[in-house]
Design a binder for this molecule. Structure first.
Ligand code: SF4
Ligand code: SF4
Length: 168
């Protein structure tokens, strides 16, 4: 399976589930869709996902981003989108897959994304406070992605990045 096929399948798992069974955007004014006070923001596309944005929906912009791995793509938006075009990071938020090494063994985990803590009120209760079907869909999506080496490389880099930030 190539990176794009894996992204398509992962996006499908997360097409219709959301962190809460009701619209969590009502809790926070859809904070994760707003830019920060510097007008910054955006979501990293997963490896291969930029192929789905060769035609950009109105309000979407793509830029290079090297924070996690060289040559990744950051998508920014104007706070509105057609849900069927939202990127995988938005579908997973506030969770993220990571590959961590524990007792010498590499393990796939789906955890709260440390970058969400400043934004998302759901972080306080953690994954146990979310709809179980959302957590399950995120794990299924992460397992599919892990069938592809490009995504595994990204998940290892994410875990290193969060460790460097001392976010865990
Ligand atoms: S910030 Fe959290 S609670 Fe608010 S819309 Fe986004 S995921 Fe839902
Ligand atoms: S792409 Fe859509 S879901 Fe993602 S941050 Fe923008 S408006 Fe929100």
């Amino acid at each position: 399976m190539d990176a794009l096929d894996a992204v398509r399948q992962a996006r499908d798992f997360l097409e219709s589930v959301t962190p809460l069974r009701r619209d969590c955007g009502g809790v926070c004014g859809a904070a994760c869709c707003q830019s920060d006070e510097d007008g910054q923001g955006g979501m990293l596309l997963f490896p291969g996902e930029d192929a789905l944005y060769q035609e950009l929906p109105e309000g979407f912009t793509l830029t290079r981003d090297n924070a996690i791995l060289p040559g990744m793509t950051l998508l920014t938006c104007e706070g509105r989108c057609d849900r069927s075009r939202r990127p995988l990071s938005c579908r997973l938020f506030p969770l993220t897959p990571v590959l961590v090494t524990e007792n010498g063994q590499e393990k796939l985990k789906v955890r709260m994304d440390p970058r969400a803590f400043a934004v998302c009120p759901l972080c306080e209760q953690g994954i146990r406070g979310m709809a179980p079907e959302f957590g399950q869909a995120a794990l299924q999506a992460a397992r599919i992605l892990c069938q592809c080496e490009e995504h595994k490389r990204y998940f290892r880099a994410l875990a290193r990045y969060f460790e460097q930030l001392k976010a865990w």
